[in-house]
Design a protein around this ligand. Structure first.
Ligand code: SF4
Ligand code: SF4
Length: 133
């Protein structure tokens, strides 16, 4: 669930640094039917081929997820830290961090850390700043 900790829209203060950290954190990327169709088409695969080669069943058995590497990172992450399917990446990836975040996202994502640090600094009045230790 998204947590609003600032008044400015996140879209106006957040910049993704393309560090790939969020793709390396162990977890799952859930796939909707539209994601499967778009990614399969981009990879010139049938949906059946894409599902067989690139997906697993989610741990709760409710949907398909992208395969992970052995270290828990996303299998679509290239060695140089980019998304192999960027143009058609799943909705879960496209909507982070605007529509959803994990409780620790403000720690793990440097883009969010920067956004909050800048916002926090700019939003303080001089007297508020002086009260800092
Ligand atoms: S961790 Fe944050 S800054 Fe890094 S790629 Fe992911 S969204 Fe962008
Ligand atoms: S699909 Fe792309 S953006 Fe999404 S987790 Fe995998 S590498 Fe990252």
């Amino acid at each position: 669930m998204q947590t609003n900790v600032q008044e400015e829209p996140l879209e106006s203060v957040f910049r993704c640094l393309r560090c790939g950290t969020c793709c390396r954190i162990p977890g799952i990327v859930r796939l909707r039917d539209a994601d499967i169709s778009a990614i399969a088409s981009a990879l010139h695969l049938t949906e059946e081929e894409f599902i067989a080669r690139h997906t697993d069943l989610s741990p709760d058995r409710t949907c398909l997820v992208l395969k992970n590497k052995e270290d828990g990172s996303c299998a679509q992450l290239t060695p140089d830290g980019l998304c192999r399917i960027h143009a058609v990446k799943p909705r879960q990836c496209r909507t982070f961090p605007y529509e959803w975040r994990n409780p620790d996202s403000e720690i793990t994502c440097p883009g969010l850390r920067t956004a909050y640090a800048v916002h926090s600094s700019e939003s303080q009045t001089p007297s508020e700043k002086r009260r800092q230790p």
